[in-house]
Design a protein around this ligand. Structure first.
Ligand code: NZQ
Ligand code: ZN
Length: 407
């Protein structure tokens, strides 16, 4: 434990020994409506005189009947809709919705779909209230810091993965420039999230796997850093990881197993709603390197994470040594062998788990030979992402080694 002085002033980094839990200010204001039939509670969450814009993606919610249920629940309300928000939502598409929101004086946004629809709707919510003479892309360039307000939004989630349903983050891509950027603002955190595991029965296997891998990596990015004696956060994180390892493969084999779907859904929400990340160091380099792979090559978000994470853990094994050993023991039950062997085995187990879910972990499996690594590094540099990771020591050179080792 550190001294009282260090508790109050600043948490000490690992290299100075005995680091302590960071101070934190946690507010997670999203109401969660969880379970079979939870849509019945939707109507009560939306102001009676609201003008609602329902947003959705390419049509999965039409096919599986979720949209019909949403309309039935909102009967009598003033409702418009906007469809066509694509995976890795495009600024170009979202700006069309911003126009509708402004023109039609929409007062509430209801996102129905996966992370892309939710993130896209967060952007619409902030952009609609943004100063009319400033291009809302600026929201991404300023990471959301200058967002002063947003149209309130709620969510009906159909793909457990991103945690977007109850966090303040969103990721938006700009096709014209090949950019994929994130922003955060408390103004876009959904007021509520309807989480009905039954809605996930129709997910194609690739998206089931994507969800499990994404939630797994979110947890790892907040857990495999360096110890700060945060026992609750660590054990929550391990609980999420163990649940995903146990039920992820079952979700593929038994798509209509409610218990399995419910556990995967709640695990994904818990992985990125702020709880396990409170007071602990966070990495996020896997995500930043991954975003460039999606922007340049169109890989699914989770596919990029499956490629980058094993390679990153190996590269940073010295800095992450203590937590890698803890992870090996508590998540994979690896207790035999030297420390090096246990860490090797834990990284291998991670890779095998992603592969078992059906998500390849090598660039070559996606037809990439590594020849674009210099271009990927240029993109990172352009965004100022030259000091990533919990120690800000993932320089461009380290990123290069991580990409190279992922070939
Ligand atoms: O567009 P539709 O027709 O709805 O089909 C979608 C889409 O093609 C389909 N789908 C969703 N629910 C379904 C379904 N198909 C059948 N049955 C259902 N129940 O799945 C496809 C993928 O959907 P998408 O929303 O793109 O996937 P995901 O939820 O994985 O979201 C990925 C996006 O979220 C961002 C990613 O970068 C990416 O842009 N992230 C957002 C985060 C956040 N806000 O906190 C954090 C994450 O790290 C991530 O970066
Ligand atoms: Zn993610």
């Amino acid at each position: 434990m550190g001294t009282i002085k260090s508790v109050l002033l600043f948490p000490l980094p690992a290299i100075y020994g005995n680091p302590i839990m960071n101070n934190f200010n946690l507010h997670t204001p999203t109401r969660i409506l969880f379970g079979k039939g939870a849509i019945a509670e939707l109507r009560d969450q939306i102001p009676a005189h609201a003008r609602v814009l329902i947003t959705y993606g390419g049509g999965s919610v039409k096919k599986n009947g979720v949209l019909d249920q949403v309309y039935a629940a909102l009967e009598g309300l003033d409702v418009l809709e906007f469809s066509g928000i694509e995976p890795n939502p495009a600024y170009e598409t979202l700006m069309k919705a911003v126009e509708i929101v402004r023109k039609e004086n929409v007062t509430f946004l209801l996102a129905v779909g996966g992370g892309s629809v939710l993130d896209g709707t967060k952007f619409i919510a902030a952009a609609a209230n943004y100063p009319a003479d400033v291009d809302p892309w600026n929201i991404l360039l300023t990471h959301g810091n200058d967002v002063q307000s947003a149209i309130p939004m709620g969510s009906v989630l159909t793909l457990p993965a991103t945690g977007s349903e109850s966090n303040k983050g969103a990721v938006v891509s700009r096709r014209e420039t090949g950019d994929k950027r994130a922003f955060m603002s408390e103004h876009v955190q959904p007021v509520f999230a309807v989480l009905d595991p039954v809605y996930t029965y129709t997910l194609p296997p690739r998206q089931v796997a994507n969800g499990v891998v994404d939630a797994f990596v979110h947890t790892v990015e907040q857990y495999i850093t360096y110890p700060v004696n945060a026992k609750v956060q660590d054990r929550f994180a391990e609980g999420i990881l163990l649940t995903l390892v146990e039920d992820g493969p079952k979700a593929l084999k038994e798509p209509e197993n409610y218990d399995v779907r419910a556990n995967v859904m709640w695990a994904a929400t818990m992985a990125l709603n702020g709880l396990i990340g409170a007071g602990v160091p966070q990495d996020w380099a896997t995500h930043m390197l991954g975003h460039e792979l999606t922007a340049m090559h169109g890989l699914d978000h989770a596919q990029t994470l499956a490629v980058v994470l094993p390679s990153l853990l190996n590269e940073k094994r010295a800095e992450k040594h203590d937590k890698l050993l803890q992870y090996a023991e508590r998540v994979w039950n690896i207790t035999e062998g030297s420390e090096k062997e246990r860490i090797d085995a834990a990284i291998e187990a991670t890779r095998n788990f992603f592969e078992k879910m059906g998500t390849p972990t090598r660039l070559s499996a996606y037809g990439l030979d590594g020849s674009t690594i210099p271009a990927l590094l240029n993109k990172l540099q352009e965004k100022g992402m030259t000091q990533l990771g919990e120690h800000q020591d993932i320089t461009l050179d380290v990123s290069r080694r991580i990409y190279e080792a992922a070939r």
